[in-house]
Design a binder for this molecule. Structure first.
Ligand code: UGA
Length: 450
């Protein structure tokens, strides 16, 4: 099918490239001249594993092309994705101006082209219930183009977006036009393994499904994070709880990893949006309130633990923070736990040395010279009074810990992601404090040091 993508940001580019990879002819529209030039030169402007390679392949074959002109892009299009921003306004409602602007531009172009066939406009953005219906009514009033609007929320995870896009658990399509549903079914045909994974519903249900899914995932994490307090108090191990609970098929094992709090551009925003959506419906959503409170408490609890267990005053202590991105395999630092932890440590007078495999440049823009930036984790730890891990980069698990212990001022690690092996910590003489797991105290080693 001929597909147009309006907006080649994260979602637009991943979606467009994957649709090109399954055989559609894709035209991506990018209005930012710098980004457009970069795309036309074949460069992927974001870091996402596998995306550049897939883009190279499909750009070279002409399966995906980029333009700054909406009219060129929609000329033959049967479906048009609107992948523009839907930022929240200060009052918590969504700013519809980009969506309406892009939708109107598409319809005007179609009207000018005197297009006679139905074009399905697809909204991928996470938007409050009622937004797609409003957009449809707005477009119907504004133009003569023959269009339908469907909501098609995306469920991509940063770091595995290409895989998620090519192997979706389900495809949710909200709308009220059977013809548009049929078009969507055709569009996604190569990705639909079982018919029941293609779900059609009304606009509001699709919109709320996205918020509900993200809130449920965030709730699972917050629930486990809350359980770390009990585990630490009673000497239980959150990893054993996770396995014990997750093997119940009714619960399942995913998204039960405890840590120093979730971050990213989605969970914090979507859970907060649920709160506003609930308020707009006239009630206070106690559940989402608890998810958020537990999350911010957990970030703080991790930072406080560092201060309590450091064994020396935090003021003037050197703490190496390993991991700045909100999770591994991304350079995205939005709402990352590391931001709260670093801010807390700096406010207490600590000297912070930081390392990350991808997110360092973004974090530099935030903390500038308040933090010492280190090119590798071993250098960051050398001479430090403690290491604090805030991102679960797998590379951290295979570092030369004996060497690290020898070069640190005190061999002490706070593992906010429970990613290191306790045995490795014990054998290498570390004091080790994970989240919700029994610590490794190694008192003997410390006595020897004194
Ligand atoms: C999330 C959802 O997982 C996607 O399905 C959704 O499409 C996306 O938001 C979105 O709305 O666009 P993402 O934010 O990219 O994806 O990343 P996740 O892998 O979900 O991780 C979010 C945060 O939760 C990270 O900080 C991660 O460290 C944390 N997390 C995740 C845990 O603390 N424990 C877990 O068990 C899983």
């Amino acid at each position: 099918m001929d597909v147009a993508i309006i907006g080649c940001g994260y979602v637009g580019l991943v979606t467009g490239t994957c649709l090109a990879a399954i055989g559609h002819t894709v035209k991506g529209v990018e209005k930012d001249p710098r980004k457009l030039k970069s795309l036309q030169d074949g460069h992927c402007p974001i870091f996402e594993p596998g995306l550049q390679e897939l883009l190279n392949e499909n750009y070279a074959s002409g399966q995906i092309q980029f333009t700054g002109n909406v009219k060129d892009a929609v000329r033959d299009a049967e479906v048009v994705f609107l992948c523009v921003g839907t930022p929240p306004k200060p009052d918590g409602t969504v700013d519809m101006s980009y969506l309406e602007g892009a939708g109107k531009e598409v319809c005007d172009a179609l009207a000018e082209l005197k297009s006679e066939y139905l074009v399905t406009i697809i909204v991928k953005s996470t938007v409050p219930a009622g937004t797609n219906r409003k957009l449809y009514n707005f477009l119907r009033e504004q133009t003569k183009a023959y269009v339908q609007v469907v909501s098609n929320p995306e469920f991509l995870k940063e770091g595995t977006a290409v895989q998620d896009c090519l192997n979706p658990d389900r495809i949710v399509v909200g709308g009220e036009s059977p013809e548009a549903f049929r078009m969507m079914r055709r569009l996604y045909d190569p990705l639909i393994k079982r018919e029941e994974n293609f779900l059609t519903m009304n606009w509001e249900s699709a919109e709320l499904t996205k918020y509900a899914a993200n809130s449920m995932l965030a709730a699972r994490i917050s629930f486990m994070n809350e359980m770390t307090i009990l585990c630490e108090h009673y000497g239980a191990d959150i990893e054993d709880l996770r396995k014990g609970m997750g093997s119940d098929t009714r619960i399942g094992p995913a998204f039960l990893r405890a840590g120093c709090g979730y971050g990213g551009s989605c969970f914090p925003k979507d859970v907060a949006a649920m709160e506003h959506i609930s308020k707009a419906a006239g009630y206070t959503n106690l559940f989402v309130d608890a998810i958020q409170t537990v999350n911010s408490n957990q970030k703080r609890r991790f930072a406080e633990k560092i201060v309590q267990k450091l064994g020396r005053p935090i003021e003037g202590a050197t703490i190496a923070v390993w991991g700045l991105a909100f999770k591994a395999d991304t350079d995205d630092i939005r709402e990352s736990a590391a931001i709260d932890v670093i801010r807390y440590l700096l406010d207490k007078g600590a000297i912070v040395r930081a390392h990350d495999y991808k997110g360092m440049e973004h974090m530099k823009a935030l903390f500038k010279d308040e933090v010492e930036w280190c090119g590798d984790p071993v250098t960051a730890a050398a001479g430090a009074d403690a290491v604090a891990i805030t991102t679960d980069w797998p590379q951290y698990t295979t570092l030369p810990f004996r060497k690290i212990a020898a070069t640190m001022n005190t061999p002490l690690i706070f593992d906010g992601r429970n990613c290191l092996h306790r045995d490795v910590m014990r054998e290498n003489g570390f004091q080790y404090y994970p989240m919700g797991r029994p610590p490794v105290e190694n008192k003997l080693r410390l006595k020897q040091k004194v």
